[in-house]
Ligand binder design. Sequence first.
Ligand code: CA
Length: 220
Amino acid sequence: MRLLLVEDDRMIGESVRAALRQDGFAVDWVRDGRAADETLQSERFDLVLLDLGLPQRDGLDVLRALRARQDATPVIVLTARDALEDRVAGLDAGADDYLVKPFELDELAARMRAVLRRHGGRADTAMECDSVRLDPATKQVTLRGEPVMLSAREIAVLEALMLRPGAILSRAQLEDRLYGWGDEIESNAVTVYIHQLRRKLGADFIKNVRGVGYYVGRPA
Ligand code: CA
């Protein structure tokens, strides 16, 4: 899952980003409202964590612009403003939930799961390909109905491939899925995760097109 964190407070931003990465999210972090708006117009995210008091452009403004573009990306508002009208304004502007700072990271994680589950509500979110099934909300993977234990990053690679069966993803595209901006990427990381996934899900499950990339399912 790819997540955009919009937060101008360095301490909060760093701790939230570290905790979410630990949970296997690819986190991109921007620190002002204008950057948030531009990023949201050019990139896709599974979830946005949005501070309201931001330099350049207010968080509420960014949120209203997002919804005005008919973009339904889930948004959780992070606000230091405890006032009722601010929380109401956030929800009215199209937020899916809000958290008042300071908050516990465990609570943030629980709210995120709830919002992602609700959004997943468009029918069954689980993805299936051959005998492998992946539920992105719970991160559960089964092979022929039997649970398979995968690491967060193995799941991130698997999810990217299963989102578009038959589509070939290059190593760079898979790396992009694994990490947010500014993260160091070990040059053979994708190869290692693919190897692990094949070991756990069957050697033929992920196919390789030499020099191009990887895919699951039938070639498009
Ligand atoms: Ca702020």
